[in-house]
Ligand binder design. Structure first.
Ligand code: BGC
Length: 815
C-alpha cells in the first residue's frame, strides 16, 4: 500500500507514510527530461568564479565529498516523495560528460565507502537526516590526488523536509567539523578548488571566505536530472543561469525574522514589510554576503539602461544588454524602485520588473524593455496615514527606477514624479491583527540615513460577525430545503446536462438536498482514494454514490510540487527554489505544460502545486518547495506553473494560503502580521498568481493568521481572495484540519465554521469525527438558529462544481 490514513487528529497532521513505488513503467517524456535538466542548470547559481569554471577540455578532476555519490535530488515530505524512475549523481554524470576526466582512484575510494555507509535518507517521516556523515581522508590521499589532477571539486549537501525546520547546528545550517576538515585539506593541497553546495535551503556560507575556494556553485535540489545539469554546468555545456531568489547574509542572526522565527505558539512578524533584501538593503547592507538577484554566468555583461518614460500609467525603461565577455550567455535584467519618503515607510529597493535575455553572442547586444505599471508601485495604507485608509496608495513624490544585474548593482535609470498622492484601489480592512506587537519601521537620521524604529502594529477594528451576517449568500430560488421525507431525491437535471449547456448550474444546485450539498464539502475521507490512481492524495467532488448518480465526477488530487506523488513512477523535477532562480517564467511554464501531459497520463486531475510561501527565514524546512523571499518573483513563478498546467486542462493548486512560513507547530502556531505586510509580502504572490493565471484550486495553510486558522479565515478567503481579487475557483484545506468552534457563532463549529469562512472542501476528508460517515457539523449546524444557511452550503457546492465544469470532467461519470 502506498499511503496510510492518519488515525487521530494529531498523528494525522504530523505523519505521512511515504508513497512506495509499484508498477514497472519507468518511461518518461524525453522532452520533459530535457526541460528539467535545462531548468536545473538555469537555476544553479554561481556565486564565485576565479576562473576554474567552466572546466577546460581534458581537465583531470578529483571529486571530493560523499554527496558526489549520495546526491540529494529533492527534499523530504509530501513535496518530494515522488517515485522517480531513475536518479542521477554527480560522479556518474561527470564520467558520462565530454571533456573531463574523473580521477578514478579517488572515485573508487568514495564508491566503496559510500556503499558501506548508507545515508539513512529513507528514514521515517520527520527523522530524515539533514546531511550525511562525511568520509574522513588522510592528507596523503588528498595530496596524491592533487598530484594526479588539475582541479578539485568538493560537493557538500543539505537536505530539508516538511514538518520540521532546519537547525542552527553543524550538519544543517552550519558545516560539520568533518566538512571543514575536508575543505581545509583540499584547499591546502590543490591550487584550484570548486565547491558545489547541493541544497534546497540557504545555509551558512561564511566559510567560503575562510578557505581558498576558487569557485562556488549552489545547486538547488534539481530533481532526477539535477546532477546531470550540474555536470553540464561544470563542463561548460551550459552556463549556470541562476540568480539568487534570496539574500545570503553573513550570519543567521542578521536575518530580520531571526528573533521570532520558530516560536511554537505565535510568531510576531515584527520585521513587517522589511523581509529579506527589503531589510538588508535598507538597514544593513554590510550584513550581506551575496545580494538578492546575484549570480554569475560564464561571460560578462554591461547593462545600460535608457531613459525612463511614462505613458498610459506605465513606467518603461529599455536597457541595452551587451555581452562584454568571450562566450555566449544570457543575463537577467532586474528593475527595482525606490519610493519617496512619505507617510508609509518603504524599503530602499523593491523588485518591480525583470526579464531574461535570449542568448547573446560575445560583443553583441540585446535591448530589453521593462514595464512597470504605476499601480504596482502603490503601498498599502492600513491606518489612513496617507489620508486613505484600507487602500493601495501611490505616494506623491519621486519614484526612482534602478536597473541592473542584482539588487546591489542595479543603478539609477531615471525616475517618475507622482504629483498628487492617489488611490490605486480602495479596499476594506481585512485579516488585521488582534494581538498587540511592535513592528519595524524606518526613521531618517539627521544625515538622512535609514534607522530602524519600532511602532505599535495597527489592530483590527472590524467585527467579523456583523460582516458575515451582512453578506450571507442567498439560496437559489426553488431550492430543496430539507432532506426528502421519502428519501427520494429530485433528479430533473443531471450534471451532464449542465456540462452540455442544456441546464444552468443553479438549476442543478437547487435540487441538491442539504446532505448532498454537505457531501460536496468533504473529500473522499482518506488519502489514496479508491476513486483514483493508487497513491493519490485524495478525491473531491463526486465522492458519494448519490453525487455520482447525479453525474458529479470525482477529481483526483496528487502532490506536488516536485513531481506527481503516486504509486506509479513519475518525473522528479527541480524544486521551487531552483525554478525561481531561473527568473524565467516562460521556461517554467513550458516545463509545467509537459508536466501536465504526464498528469493526464498518470491520472492526476489536480497537482498540489505550486508551493508559494515566502522565504521569510532560511531555516524553514519547506523553503525548497517555495520560490523566493520576494513576492513578485514568487507570484510570477507560480503563475507560470499554473498557466503551464492548466493550459493542458488539468489543475494547479497553489498552496499554502497563507503565512505557512515555518514548520514548527505548523498546525497550531499563529502568524501575527500587520495587514500591510500581509498584503504587500505574504499575499502578494498569491494575488499575482490569481490575477495572472486564474488557478482553479487553492489550498489553505495549516497555521493561524492573526488568531484564526487559515481554513476558518473568512477575511482571507472570502473578503480578500474572492471579494477583492475576484477568485472564482475552489478552495480546499491542507490535509486534515484542526477542529474548532466558531467564536462568533455558537451553533457553528468544525466544518460548518470552515464552510461559513468560504473554504469549500475538507481534504482528504474526515474520518476522525464521525467514523466512516464523516463529521456532520455542516448538516447539524444547518438546523440551528444562526447555523449554516442553505445559501452558504450552495456557495461551497457551486465552487466545487464550477471547478469540475472548468476541468471538463463531467463525462467521467458516464464511462
Ligand atoms: C502538506 C501539503 C500536502 C498535503 C497532501 C500536507 O501535509 O502540508 O502541502 O499537499 O499534505 O500530501
Amino acid at each position: 500500500m502506498t499511503t496510510t490514513p492518519r488515525d487521530t487528529p494529531d498523528s494525522q497532521l504530523l505523519s505521512q507514510a511515504s508513497t512506495t513505488a509499484s508498477g514497472d513503467d519507468r518511461r518518461v517524456d524525453p522532452e520533459l527530461v530535457r526541460r528539467a535538466r535545462s531548468a536545473a542548470a538555469q537555476g544553479a547559481v554561481l556565486l564565485r568564479n576565479g576562473g576554474s569554471l567552466p572546466l577546460p577540455a581534458a581537465t583531470r578532476v578529483a571529486l571530493f565529498g560523499r554527496v558526489q555519490k549520495d546526491w540529494i535530488a529533492v527534499g523530504y515530505g509530501s513535496g518530494g516523495d515522488v517515485n522517480a524512475p531513475y536518479s542521477t549523481e554527480l560522479l556518474t554524470s561527470l564520467r558520462e560528460a565530454e571533456g573531463v576526466e574523473v580521477d578514478e582512484e579517488l572515485a573508487g575510494v568514495y564508491e566503496s565507502w559510500c556503499a558501506e555507509h548508507p545515508t539513512g535518507a529513507g528514514a521515517e517521516w520527520g527523522s530524515w537526516p539533514f546531511s550525511f556523515p562525511e568520509m574522513p581522508l588522510d592528507d596523503a590521499t588528498v595530496r596524491a590526488a592533487a598530484e594526479r589532477t588539475d582541479v578539485a571539486v568538493v560537493t557538500l549537501g543539505r537536505a530539508a523536509g516538511e514538518d520540521r525546520e532546519n537547525l542552527l547546528e553543524p550538519g544543517s545550517y552550519y558545516l560539520t567539523d568533518e566538512e571543514r576538515v575536508l575543505l581545509a585539506q583540499v584547499t591546502r593541497a590543490f591550487e584550484r578548488t570548486v565547491v558545489i553546495v547541493d541544497t534546497g535551503n540557504v545555509i551558512d556560507l561564511s566559510w567560503a571566505e575562510e578557505y581558498a575556494i576558487d569557485a562556488l556553485l549552489i545547486a538547488w535540489l534539481g530533481g532526477m536530472e539535477g546532477a546531470r545539469a550540474i555536470a553540464d554546468v561544470l563542463t561548460g555545456a551550459v552556463e549556470p543561469g541562476g540568480r539568487l531568489p534570496d539574500t545570503i547574509a553573513r550570519r543567521y542572526s542578521d536575518y530580520p525574522s531571526a528573533a521570532h522565527f520558530g516560536d511554537p505558539v505565535a510568531n510576531d512578524y515584527a520585521e513587517d514589510v522589511f523581509v529579506g533584501y527589503r531589510y538588508f538593503e535598507t538597514f544593513a547592507p554590510e550584513a550581506v554576503l551575496y545580494p538578492f538577484g546575484f549570480g554569475r554566468g560564464y561571460t560578462t555583461f554591461d547593462i545600460a539602461p535608457g531613459d525612463v518614460t511614462v505613458q498610459d500609467d506605465t513606467m518603461r525603461c529599455t536597457a541595452r544588454v551587451t555581452n562584454t565577455g568571450d562566450r555566449p550567455g544570457t543575463e537577467v535584467v532586474q528593475a527595482y524602485v525606490t519610493k519617496p519618503d512619505g507617510a508609509l515607510a518603504a524599503p530602499a529597493r523593491e523588485l518591480v520588473s525583470f526579464a531574461r535575455t535570449a542568448s547573446i553572442a560575445p560583443g553583441a547586444s540585446q535591448d530589453v524593455t521593462l514595464e512597470v505599471p504605476l499601480a504596482s508601485l502603490a503601498s498599502y495604507d492600513e491606518t489612513g496615514a496617507t489620508g486613505h485608509r484600507s487602500a493601495w496608495v501611490l505616494a506623491a513624490g519621486e519614484h526612482v527606477l534602478h536597473v541592473g544585474a542584482d539588487v546591489r548593482r542595479a543603478r539609477r535609470a531615471g525616475s517618475h514624479t507622482v504629483k498628487n498622492t492617489r488611490v490605486v484601489e480602495q479596499l476594506e480592512e481585512a485579516a488585521a491583527p488582534r494581538h498587540a506587537f511592535d513592528r519595524m519601521t524606518l526613521r531618517r537620521g539627521d544625515d538622512g540615513s535609514a534607522e530602524i524604529a519600532w511602532e505599535p502594529t495597527p489592530q483590527a477594528t472590524v467585527a467579523l460577525r456583523e460582516r458575515i451576517l451582512d453578506r450571507l449568500p442567498s439560496a437559489v430560488p426553488g431550492s430543496v430545503e430539507a432532506e426528502p421525507a421519502d428519501g427520494a431525491a429530485r433528479t430533473d437535471v443531471s450534471f451532464a446536462d449542465v456540462a452540455a449547456g442544456e441546464a444552468t448550474l443553479d438549476s442543478f444546485i437547487a435540487q441538491l438536498s442539504p446532505s448532498e450539498l454537505a457531501s460536496l464539502s468533504y473529500g473522499d475521507i482518506t488519502m489514496d482514494s479508491p476513486l483514483g490512481a493508487p497513491g493519490n492524495a485524495g478525491a473531491l467532488g463526486g465522492v458519494t454514490e448519490a453525487l455520482r448518480s447525479r453525474g458529479v465526477p470525482p477529481a483526483i488530487t496528487t502532490d506536488g510540487p516536485s513531481g506527481i506523488r503516486i504509486a506509479a513512477y513519475a518525473s522528479l523535477l527541480p524544486c521551487g527554489t531552483a525554478l525561481a532562480s531561473t527568473w524565467d517564467p516562460r521556461a517554467i511554464e513550458e516545463m509545467a505544460d509537459l508536466h501536465a501531459q504526464e498528469m493526464r497520463r498518470k491520472g492526476s486531475d489536480i497537482l498540489l502545486s505550486p508551493g508559494m510561501n515566502i522565504h521569510r527565514d532560511p531555516l524553514c524546512g519547506r523553503n525548497f518547495e517555495y520560490f523566493s523571499e520576494d513576492p513578485l518573483l514568487t507570484g510570477r513563478s507560480a503563475a507560470a506553473v499554473v498557466r503551464g498546467l492548466q493550459g493542458q486542462g488539468v489543475s494547479a493548486c497553489p498552496k499554502h494560503f497563507a503565512c505557512n512560513n515555518q514548520e514548527t507547530e505548523r498546525t497550531r502556531a499563529d502568524s501575527r502580521v500587520s495587514e500591510r505586510a500581509l498584503r504587500e509580502i505574504y499575499l502578494k504572490g498569491f494575488e499575482i498568481c490569481v490575477r495572472e493565471a486564474s488557478p482553479l484550486n487553492i489550498m489553505t495553510a495549516y497555521n493561524k493568521i492573526n488568531g484564526v486558522w487559515a481554513h476558518y479565515h473568512y477575511d482571507l478567503v472570502t473578503t480578500i481572495l474572492r471579494g477583492q481579487w475576484g477568485y472564482q475557483g475552489n478552495v480546499m484545506t491542507d490535509w486534515w484540519m484542526r477542529m474548532a468552534p466558531d467564536p462568533d457563532f455558537p451553533d457553528v463549529r468544525d466544518s460548518a465554521y470552515r464552510v461559513r469562512a468560504g473554504v469549500d472542501v475538507l481534504m482528504p476528508g474526515s474520518i476522525e469525527h464521525g467514523g466512516e460517515t464523516r463529521e456532520d457539523s455542516v448538516v447539524a449546524s444547518y438546523e440551528r438558529p444562526e447555523g449554516i444557511t442553505l445559501g452558504e452550503m450552495q456557495r461551497t457546492a457551486r465552487h466545487v462544481l464550477t471547478y469540475l465544469l472548468h476541468a471538463g470532467l463531467a463525462d467521467r461519470t458516464r464511462r
